[in-house]
Design a protein around this ligand. Structure first.
Ligand code: NAP
Length: 284
């Protein structure tokens, strides 16, 4: 089993497969992350997947998770394009599961959205994800290799909560201005990855979310309450524009409620943490 981009989720996934007796090869960009994985007993390689020659890595015919995020700029994912070029030249995996994001749907005005909704990415970070999906689909069609795409909502879990932002007291949009947002607990995302590799339909796309959207403000307030931290101040959207980062403003500009029916009914995933009330207490 190969895991490209073996960070927060990849390490949990690697441990899951190791516990089941599968050999795992993990790829990270930095030597430091690679060394940490090697110390935990994994076969680990440090490569910049966006730049370095990749044709000698030995993943031909194997199962592979692609969890490496696109580079930070532009509207194309040069990393995934580089990867696909390496597959074409040096051999490709048998089956690839790619972690995309639900950002590819763009702003849906708060509508309920399933996988049949035509993607309309707005933010550049989402356009890069759509570019990656398209490059992988083209490769899968021409090579015959299986591709399964997971469109992942906001990940939360132990060590993955916005506590620092809350401690800083940065303001939130007041409830009536706050967009719908969607989340998935890290444990359930790992289970979705394993299910997608084992039995995801080739060519299929699955939303990975808990199916219980709430506003972004509701999420931050619940995290603050669960952590015993003071609630951040609430401001209007126009006031927020001068007080929060452009990145956060771009998240505030997109609102959608995501269905996970396909994940539950077709992929057969039973969520351990189907909403924040059940998931947040496991994070402390
Ligand atoms: N955070 C969210 O809410 C969210 C939502 C939807 C989708 N996702 C996506 O889901 C995936 C997994 O998330 P995560 O939280 O596990 O990410 P993460 O903790 O940031 O880990 C990313 C991993 O990718 C590696 N990496 C980054 N650039 C690379 C490059 N150029 N070459 C090789 N390796 C590279 C990193 O290596 P180093 O440690 O050496 O840098 C790290 O091992 C990511 O693609 C993420 O963007 C996240």
């Amino acid at each position: 089993m190969w895991i490209l981009g073996c960070g927060y989720i990849g390490q949990r996934l690697a441990r899951t497969y190791r516990d089941q007796g599968y050999p795992v090869t993990a790829v990270t960009r930095s030597e430091a992350s690679c060394l940490a994985l090697a110390r935990s007993g994994f076969q680990a390689l440090a490569r910049d997947l966006a730049r370095e020659p990749l044709d000698d890595l030995g993943w031909a015919g194997e199962d592979l998770f692609h969890l490496a995020p696109p580079p930070p700029d532009g509207v194309e994912d040069g990393l995934t394009r580089h990867l696909v070029a390496a597959f074409r030249q040096g051999g490709h995996p048998r089956r690839l599961v790619y972690l995309s994001t639900t950002g590819v749907y763009g702003d849906c005005g708060g509508d309920w959205v399933d996988e049949t909704r035509p993607p309309a990415p707005v933010a550049d970070r989402s356009r890069r994800r759509w570019d990656a999906e398209e490059a992988l689909r083209a490769w899968s069609r021409e090579s015959g290799a299986d591709l399964v795409i997971l469109r992942v909502a906001g990940i939360y879990g132990p060590g993955r909560l916005p506590l620092e932002r809350i401690r800083q007291g940065l303001p939130l949009a007041r409830e009536e201005d706050s967009p719908w947002s969607n989340r998935i607990h890290a444990d359930d995302l790992v289970a979705a990855c394993v299910a997608a590799m084992a039995r995801g339909a080739p060519g299929q796309v699955y939303n990975v979310c808990d199916g219980h959207p709430s506003t972004m403000t509701d999420y931050f307030l619940r995290v603050a309450d669960a952590a015993g931290l003071p609630r951040p101040p609430l401001v209007s959207l126009s006031e927020a524009a001068g007080l929060v980062s452009p990145g956060m403003m771009s998240y505030l500009a997109e609102s959608r409620r995501l269905s996970n029916r396909r994940l539950r009914e077709e992929l057969g995933l039973k969520l351990r943490h189907p909403d924040l009330a059940q998931g947040l207490p496991t994070c402390f």
